[in-house]
Design a protein around this ligand. Structure first.
Ligand SMILES: CC(C)(COP(=O)(O)OP(=O)(O)OC[C@H]1O[C@@H](n2cnc3c(N)ncnc32)[C@H](O)[C@@H]1OP(=O)(O)O)[C@@H](O)C(=O)NCCC(=O)NCCS
Length: 182
């Protein structure tokens, strides 16, 4: 059985494994190989542990209770205040990753819902997410009723990345809609 819950610092190493593995697979060809190869699960684990401990961002995990202890985190999502100042969207989904072997089984949808619930409870009743334009996961956000907001480019790691923004202007309404039509 897979359940969604708030992350604890003990989850940090497992979150880092999911994060590094999915980055390497998802962004191969989009981000420089060097960046992907040099990603360190240990550094990521420390970063996630710090984020969870500080509590400034919401971190949720999907946990498969049938898997061994330590290997049971199969998805991670995080969010918090919108990093773009002046936006009419209060919240932002910073990350959403489901381990490759567990994709297309409805887990991303459940994790996004949990993140929306937690964002809304924290006072952010609208949210955006920025996705790389050549990442097919953007169709996932369209399937999740995200409204296409526009595009932006970011200069990072010596590459220009094109991103597409999706928004949900009223998370309470989105969640009510999903409860009616699961
Ligand atoms: C994007 C991601 C989070 C989606 O999670 P998932 O568990 O695979 O998706 P789900 O099984 O919950 O899919 C939910 C719905 O979206 C649709 N969907 C999912 N991925 C899709 C895609 N690439 N294209 C079109 N539709 C898609 C599913 O068909 C499903 O539709 P339904 O509700 O009508 O059955 C996951 O695939 C992932 O982690 N991908 C790699 C990392 C990534 O790109 N993350 C996003 C960047 S922040």
């Amino acid at each position: 059985m897979v359940r969604m819950r708030r992350a604890t610092t003990d989850d940090a190493p497992a979150i880092a494994r999911v994060y590094v593995d999915t980055w390497r697979i998802t962004y191969a060809g989009s981000l420089p190989d060097k960046v992907l190869l040099e990603m360190s699960p240990d550094i990521q684990a420390a970063r996630w542990a710090r984020a969870i401990e500080r509590g400034r961002e919401i971190v949720d995990v999907a946990e498969d209770e049938t898997l061994d202890v330590g290997g049971s985190v199969i998805g991670v999502g995080s969010g918090g205040p919108n990093r773009q100042r002046g936006s009419s969207f209060a919240g932002e989904v910073y990350t959403l990753y489901v381990a490759t072997d567990h994709q297309n089984q409805g887990i991303g949808k459940r994790l996004l819902r949990r993140l929306f619930e937690d964002l809304s409870a924290a006072g952010y009743n609208s949210a955006v997410i920025w996705v790389l334009a050549d990442n097919p996961s953007r169709f996932f956000y369209e399937a999740m009723n995200g409204v296409r907001l526009g595009e932006r480019t970011e200069e990072i790691w010596g590459t220009t990345l094109r991103e597409i923004g999706y928004g949900w202007p009223d998370l309470s309404a989105t969640m009510a809609d999903w409860r009616e039509k699961p």
